[in-house]
Ligand binder design. Structure first.
Ligand code: ARG
Length: 279
């Protein structure tokens, strides 16, 4: 019986292999071949015609790799949820993903100025940003959270009033604590290039709390378990999506098709589970 199962799976694998060869998508095992054509993207299954990108054959994604688990450095490589999503979408479009790592508040302009094709950075769909770029369908839900020192007297958002709060510059966390109508009345807001820099300041007592997206907040607290803790409260309800230049609706459509395929096949969920399912 076991042997039979093995034989059958070999047979199935073999058939799939033949099928793939039959489709002629030989450029998917690339190795730097420049031959990424419309045929190749068709063979990947998303049925999209070739889309225009900044550099032919490439999907350049702008990010800020200071945002584990969505994007962070592992050696010289940008890894994380968004890196895997970028690779998967690029493959479906018959393109090669290429990352551009930059400050978070430079991402949108890199897309609108044609330096990058997309912004993929745990980026929240936000009305101000919609003035400048289009957003794809959303791929995850998130919200702002608070990180404090383990001995802090801050126990909830109400306690943020009168405190020095650290955020990552230009993020929705920045916006949340900076806008009077949200009712947080901080003594001041300190803006950092990254959550990790804010964490350093929190540990050394320069600031009283950090407001940052929930999963990165978890990572920051986990990195210094004896010093920092993430509070349970979630301050906002947000959704992440991919920013695309307003003039490239073909690319937007192709990305939405690819995202939908990844949702339907369970691939997206598998990527999320791989990074978010501890705890
Ligand atoms: N979700 C927040 C925003 O859109 C923070 C994103 C920060 N992302 C990053 N890669 N640093 O503003």
């Amino acid at each position: 019986m076991k042997k039979f199962v093995k034989f059958m799976s070999l047979l199935v694998a073999g058939t799939m292999l033949l099928g793939a060869v039959g489709c002629g998508s030989s450029s998917t095992d690339n190795g730097g071949s420049e031959e990424t054509t419309a045929e190749a993207s068709g063979a990947e299954g998303s049925g999209t015609a070739s889309v225009k990108t900044v550099q032919e054959g490439k999907l350049i994604w702008a990010t800020n790799a200071e945002f584990a688990p969505y994007e962070y450095m592992e050696g010289s490589e940008v890894v994380g949820i968004d890196a895997e999503i970028a690779d998967a979408i690029a493959a479906k479009l018959g393109l090669e993903a290429q990352v551009e790592n930059m400050d978070f508040d430079a991402i949108i302009s890199s897309v609108t100025s044609g330096k990058a094709d997309i912004g993929l950075a745990g980026m929240t769909v936000d009305p101000d940003r919609l003035n400048n770029v289009n957003f794809s369908d959303t791929y995850v839900e998130a919200g702002q959270a608070i990180v404090v020192t383990t001995d802090s007297d801050i126990k909830s958002a109400a306690d943020l009033s009168g405190k020095i709060i650290g955020v990552q510059r230009g993020t929705t966390g920045d916006e949340y604590v900076s806008k009077a109508e949200n009712g947080v009345n901080p003594a001041s807001v300190e803006r950092y290039g990254s959550g990790t820099d804010a964490a350093q300041s929190l540990i050394t007592g320069k600031i009283d709390a950090i407001v940052i997206d929930n999963e990165p907040a978890k990572k920051i607290a986990e990195a210094s378990p004896d010093k920092l803790v993430k509070l349970d409260e979630t301050l906002t309800s947000e959704e992440y999506a991919i920013a695309v230049d307003k003039n490239n609706t073909e690319l937007l459509d192709a990305i939405n098709t690819a995202l939908q395929e990844m949702k339907d096949s369970g691939e997206l969920q598998a990527i999320l589970d791989k990074y978010l399912n501890e705890e």
